[in-house]
Design a binder for this molecule. Structure first.
Ligand code: ATP
Length: 324
């Protein structure tokens, strides 16, 4: 889906101010995996508060995984599933009986060319668009016909990181991240301050709490959006093209962050991406959408071995665009 990159932009160039990248020197060289502690970059004065916050999130996500009903006699049940979902706009069938699922704590990448319904799928998961037929399940519940009020409860469990961050433009970065913490109503101001500071350090935008979103580059906005998403302690995060319009280093660092969130918070994730390297790095499984259908659903390794001419063409074109 095309998103307007600037929400009420101020004319500040998108690459101003200079982008500070997250992670240690080792991470910036690219030689770390998902095991680097999420709090590695958090300053000592807030490390305890952030560590506790993260531990609670991890425990909540583990408990959520246990609670998913075992619908098909295999454990764990899927955290999110599309079952024969169809969606049309007028005469245009965007999705035709599409099925895929993601297990708790796993990362699914949705791949496919422009306009195949990747973003539409994410919007259906959050109830912004409705399926014409089929079943959408989240955390064991059939949400296909949920009311807006019921979907609001689902959106507390499953949150979305939009391409442009979808931050509130009129309040500071710090207030944006504090927003979900305040909504909980069970945290003291001092705790909120510490968690906000720590989350911003964790995602590589330390000390930017006083800036407005319009002062940030695209990559920074996306990092702040991830911090805000984490502040809500979701069970799953949906990312809409997280590496679009950011430089390769930032893309790599966002990938490392998503990987660490998976390993250490057991977060379930769905990532819509065109970026095959990113998908290779992150995906437990991929679904490839083509002409309204889930042409492939399996591991990246299986996809790369496929003889299907459409998949082969997609993979070959990717190699031409992105030489190894
Ligand atoms: N609300 C809507 N009303 C009508 N058509 C829509 C709506 N939302 C999406 N579409 C159409 O559905 C198709 C799929 O859109 P979608 O944004 O999901 O594509 P995508 O796979 O995410 O593409 P891209 O990679 O370019 O972002 C497009 O043809 C789009 O124009």
């Amino acid at each position: 889906m095309a998103h307007d990159d600037e929400q009420g932009g101020t004319g500040v160039p998108d690459n101003e101010p200079e982008q500070k990248v997250p992670g240690s020197e080792a991470e910036q060289r690219g030689d770390v995996d998902g095991e680097t502690p999420l709090t590695a970059e958090v300053s000592p004065d807030v490390a305890e508060a952030v560590g506790e916050f993260m531990e609670r999130a991890a425990a909540q996500n583990e408990a959520a995984a246990e609670e998913i009903p075992d619908t098909k006699n295999h454990k764990p049940g899927s955290y999110i599933s599309f079952e024969k979902v169809s969606k049309s706009f007028g005469a245009f069938d965007v999705l035709k009986s599409v099925s895929f699922c993601v297990n708790p704590g796993e990362t699914l990448c949705i791949l496919g060319r422009s306009g195949v319904g990747k973003s539409v799928s994410l919007q259906m998961l959050l109830g912004f668009l409705r399926a014409d037929s089929g079943t959408v399940r989240i955390a064991g519940e059939d949400v296909t016909n949920f009311s807006e009020k019921q979907m609001q409860a689902i959106r507390r469990k499953v949150t979305m990181v939009f391409q442009n961050g979808a931050l509130f433009d009129s309040i500071t970065v710090g207030e944006n991240v504090a927003f979900p913490l305040r909504e909980r109503g069970d945290m003291e101001e001092d705790q909120i301050y510490q968690v906000v500071k720590g989350l911003l350090e964790m995602v590589g935008v330390a000390g930017m709490d006083h800036l407005l979103p319009s002062d940030l580059s695209t990559g920074m906005k996306r990092s702040v959006a991830i911090a805000r998403a984490l502040a809500a302690q979701p069970e799953a995060v949906l990312y809409d093209e997280p590496t679009t319009m950011v430089d390769p280093l930032m893309a790599h660092l966002l990938g490392n962050l998503i990987e660490r969130l998976k390993q250490q918070l057991h977060l379930t994730s769905i990532v819509v991406t065109h970026d095959m390297r990113f998908a290779k790095k992150l995906a437990d499984r991929v679904v490839f959408l083509h002409e309204g259908e889930a042409k492939f659903f399996g591991t990246m390794e299986e996809m790369e071995k496929s003889d299907d001419p459409v998949l082969r063409e997609f993979l070959t074109l990717d190699e031409l665009v992105l030489p190894a």
